[in-house]
Design a binder for this molecule. Structure first.
Ligand code: CO
Length: 298
């Protein structure tokens, strides 16, 4: 979906700067899939409602061929965005789908799901991201859900400056994204900026926000953010009460691709044990017990 706009421009008067830059941690998950954990456990509170961001990108099949065989989740949502490659999803709720170039899989684990994510290719590039979005306490035990969003169903627009914007969730410059969520109101943009181009995005004051550069480099405030770096943006309403920020301004140093992600914090306790994210340890023990007893996906 492509929209031609610029009737609804977003003007940012007081852009947020960069609070800190984070380099991802190389790790592996599933059956030996090599990936970079960009948003780690230590940042869960700071970047509430987001729990994790993994980036994967390789031309070497040995790094991805094992995929992610059957494993459980409870209490949050997984959002997988595929830049290149093909991945087959199957789950205990009876869903099956093929995630491919530019597509998104939005899965609500809710009270419990067991799924597999396996590459449907034996060679070539595999590149993408998996973001974990927390659910509010009242929705953690909701029924599991699943949506496959093909690339052509992701709303897109191009700004006057030539910035191509893919609106996966939330809204940008008057264009509504493929997914909307109440409570956390996530914004998830994939931005393609030509060298020198700038992009402005309004952000609600209370929302936590970060940018992940996956090609090229960006200038945000006074800082350069290189490829494979996450920039945690300053809070919109700092504790000292002086400045209040209304958005962010990104300037591309070269041809650049980046994710801009923001959301309203839940401010609820986070109890995580691997693929289970609840509010209390008792709920975690219950999750482990329910999974062992085969009570997921029924
Ligand atoms: Co999973």
């Amino acid at each position: 979906m492509t929209t031609t706009i610029d009737l609804t421009r977003e003007t940012v008067l007081q852009p947020r700067g960069v609070e800190r830059q984070v380099q991802g941690v190389p790790t592996s998950d599933g059956a030996g899939v090599k990936l970079t954990r960009v948003l780690t456990h230590q940042l869960q509170r700071r970047l509430d409602p987001f729990l994790m961001l993994d980036a994967f990108g390789t031309d070497n099949p040995d790094d991805y061929i094992g995929g992610f065989p059957d494993h459980p989740h409870r209490g949050f949502e997984t959002v997988t965005y595929m830049i290149a490659g093909r991945m087959r999803h199957r789950d205990s709720a009876g869903n099956e789908g093929l995630l491919s170039n530019g597509g998104v899989q939005w899965m609500t684990a809710g009270r419990g799901i067991v799924h597999s994510e396996l590459p449907e290719q034996e060679s070539g590039a595999m590149e993408g991201f998996q973001l974990w979005l927390n659910l509010p306490a009242k929705d953690k035990m909701t029924a599991p859900g699943y949506r496959d969003i093909q690339s052509t169903d992701i709303p897109e627009f191009t700004t006057d400056a030539g910035v191509q914007v893919r609106v996966i969730a939330g809204a940008s410059h008057g264009v509504a994204g493929a997914v909307q969520r109440e409570h956390t109101e996530p914004l998830y943009l994939d931005l393609h900026l030509p060298a020198g181009a700038a992009f402005e995005q309004a952000l609600p004051e209370g929302h936590n926000a970060f940018v992940y550069v996956y090609r090229g480099a960006l200038r945000i405030g006074g800082q350069e953010v290189a490829a494979q770096r996450m920039a945690v943006l300053e809070p919109g309403a700092p504790l000292d009460g002086h400045a209040h920020f209304d958005g962010v301004r990104l300037q591309a140093e070269g041809d650049t691709r980046a994710l801009l992600i923001a959301g309203r914090p839940l401010n609820e306790p986070i109890a995580q044990y691997g693929p289970f994210v609840m509010n209390t340890n008792a709920e975690i023990f219950q999750a482990v017990e329910d999974f062992r007893a085969g009570r997921f996906g029924n």
